[in-house]
Design a binder for this molecule. Structure first.
Ligand code: ZN
Length: 58
């Protein structure tokens, strides 16, 4: 059997790798995310998988 990840996907900040990062606004140019830890604001975010405890799977 192949191993499957049972985690869920969350979005994390591309600058400080903390997360989850949440969408701040959604304008005509698309979603904008803001990081409360480092102050990053932008449309680029990283998506990672975490387990039930929020720990990254990789
Ligand atoms: Zn950040």
């Amino acid at each position: 059997m192949r191993r499957r990840t049972r985690g869920k996907r969350i979005l994390v900040c591309p600058q400080c790798n903390s997360g989850p990062i949440f969408q701040a606004t959604a304008g005509i140019t698309g979603a904008v995310y803001t990081c409360q830890k480092c102050g990053y604001v932008g449309a680029l975010v990283l998506e990672i998988e975490v387990d039930e405890h929020g720990e990254p799977l990789r």
